[in-house]
Design a protein around this ligand. Structure first.
Ligand code: SAM
Ligand code: SF4
Length: 331
């Protein structure tokens, strides 16, 4: 097997793999899924835990060190702790994190912790119950809040992901940051991206990082950018100058970070994607199921990364939204 590190043709090193373990979800955020009749892949198309763990083992030989589990909603799939344990046992893997909507977290937090998971991103855009219902179209606010409490009391390192949609969440930016400051949770504001299944996105609906920074400074107090952060991390992070808490921004629209991208993605149906916005995908499932060797899987991963483009073009007229919505790619 060729185990050389995964550089693309622009010199970017890839050591970060995001795995979407399911395309199913138990809520219906309007910027990700349709309200009714979500189209899910047939179960036989979905990789088994063993198949996913094998991909991680091969990727680890090629220099992948960080894994994020995502979805759909990863906690709706049974026995996720099995995958966590398998990945945790891979010597080269240094970090495993999970992104979840938190609805099922209170019931699973301890089991996930016992399997070796330590880092969680919990997704909630508002502390206003009525607005939560409007965004997610499911009445699960209490379970998400219970999930956050359970995560903290179990000992997880927690961040909150909040999607920033203009003319919708302006009033939630400051309360979320206050909530984070009280609990030692970093809030990560994510600019609304064109990955919704209903084609609702346009640039005028994106609440931008600079506007959120102003709101936070006016509502709470001065912020300063955190120095010496990992230049390949997608979030720009700021701390409150009073020493209490910090926030981060994933500004994919206003400040794209493609030139620092170190990520590859595996979808639940076994496709490799070199970008969240990629149009093309590379199939791994066929190789996983036809008796191909680890070396063949490694070559296919390498080839996918070799094809990686310089970056998405959200801000240009050339931009074409990918054919899959967010819940099926894995955010
Ligand atoms: N269900 C889990 C959750 O909601 O966290 C994991 C999968 S979800 C696709 C991953 C993240 O994508 C979410 O935390 C949410 O913040 C983000 N997200 C979903 N749709 C988005 C969109 N259209 N633009 C920006 N971020 C989005
Ligand atoms: Fe489900 Fe996450 Fe998509 Fe919301 S963002 S619909 S929780 S997959």
């Amino acid at each position: 097997m060729n185990t050389a590190p995964l550089y693309d043709t622009f010199g970017r090193l890839h050591d970060n793999l995001r795995i979407s373990v399911t395309d199913r979800c138990n809520i219906r955020c309007f910027y990700c899924m349709p309200e009714m009749d979500a189209q899910y892949m047939p179960r036989e198309e979905i990789l088994s835990w063993e198949e996913m763990a094998r991909v991680v083992r091969v990727a680890a030989k090629l220099g992948v060190r960080k894994i994020r589990i995502t979805g759909g909603e990863p906690l709706v799939r049974k026995n996720l702790s099995f995958l966590i344990r398998e990945i945790n046992a891979i010597e080269e893997i240094e970090d495993i994190a999970l992104t979840t909507n938190g609805v099922l977290l209170a019931a699973q937090a301890q089991e996930l912790y016992d399997a070796g998971l330590r880092r969680l991103n919990i997704h909630i855009d508002t502390l206003d119950r009525a607005k939560f219902l409007k965004i997610t179209r499911r009445d699960e606010f209490d379970r998400v809040m219970a999930g956050i409490d359970a995560a903290l009391s179990t000992g997880f390192k927690v961040k909150i992901n909040a999607v920033a949609v203009k003319n919708l969440v302006e009033e939630d930016i400051v309360p979320l940051a206050r909530f984070g400051r009280e609990r030692g949770i970093e809030i990560r504001y994510i600019e609304f991206m064109p990955l919704d299944s209903q084609g609702l996105w346009d640039k005028s609906k994106v609440l931008l990082q600079d506007d959120m920074l102003k709101m936070l400074e006016q509502g709470i107090g001065p912020l300063e950018e955190i120095p010496d952060r990992d230049p390949r991390a997608p979030a720009s992070e700021y701390r409150f100058k009073d020493g209490i808490g910090q926030v981060g921004f994933i500004a994919s629209v206003s400040k794209p970070f493609c030139m620092n991208c170190n990520r590859i993605r595996l979808t639940s149906d076994g496709k490799l994607r070199y970008c969240l916005f990629a149009i093309e995908e590379t199939d791994l499932k066929g190789l996983l199921r036809d008796g191909s060797s680890d070396a063949a899987i490694a070559d296919t991963i390498r080839e996918n990364i070799r094809q990686k483009w310089v970056g998405h073009e959200i801000n240009t007229v050339q931009f074409v939204a990918p054919p899959r919505p967010m819940h099926s790619i894995g955010g």
